[in-house]
Design a protein around this ligand. Structure first.
Ligand code: ZN
Ligand code: ZN
Length: 195
């Protein structure tokens, strides 16, 4: 019997489809008497990314989804998947951009130009930020302006990490470039005034 050795151990690698279960190995004996080794690889339950061996596996504290690094968001000392976090701390991408702009000291009109969103969309996002107490309207009528509130700072900080590698990184860069341009135009103006 030349196949004996090969038949003693059967190995199968399968994706782990049970939520919240980490990479696992299981041995069983087949009817033919050989040993079957089942290795189940671990994938992110949120985005489907393979979670590499040795990588710390993070589990959402609410729905126990196992998460890759980029889908585990830390909020108040616990880890959440993006869906569960949205329930506790709702924030859209557009709203993140508005908060980011305010933190960087931009005027609403500048932010609106940078995000390139439609007026109604921008207004709706802003009024939701206000309703959720992420921002506060200060001053009266013509002289009113928006200021970021503590909860807004918390939301901004929480999502900054979550959005680090998304298209929002590009927006953050655009804001930096805009600020440099503004600074540059101030320098040019004050130089001109001096002459
Ligand atoms: Zn993931
Ligand atoms: Zn979750």
């Amino acid at each position: 019997m030349e196949n004996v050795e090969r038949d003693i151990l059967e190995e199968v690698v399968l994706p782990e489809d049970r939520e919240g279960i980490l990479t696992s190995k299981r041995y069983s004996t087949t009817a033919a008497g050989s040993v079957r080794r089942e290795i189940r690889l671990s994938f992110c339950d949120y985005g489907g990314e393979r979670i590499r061996d040795g990588e710390q596996t993070i589990v959402c504290c609410e729905d126990q989804k196992k998460l890759c690094k980029s889908h585990a968001i830390r909020y108040l000392e616990r880890h959440y998947c993006p869906d569960c976090l949205q329930r506790h701390l709702p924030l859209s991408r557009l709203q993140f951009k508005i908060l980011h702009g305010l933190i960087k000291g931009l005027q609403l009109s500048d932010i609106k130009e940078l995000v390139r969103s439609r007026t109604e969309e921008f207004r709706a996002a802003l009024s939701e930020l206000k309703a959720r107490r992420y921002v506060e309207k200060k001053g009266v009528s013509l002289f009113s302006y928006y200021e970021i509130a503590d909860r807004g700072v918390l939301a901004w900080k929480t999502y900054s990490l979550a959005f680090e590698n998304s298209e929002l990184a590009h927006f953050v860069e655009e804001v930096e470039n805009h600020l440099k341009e503004v600074e540059l135009s101030h320098v040019t103006r004050s130089n001109r005034e001096r002459h």
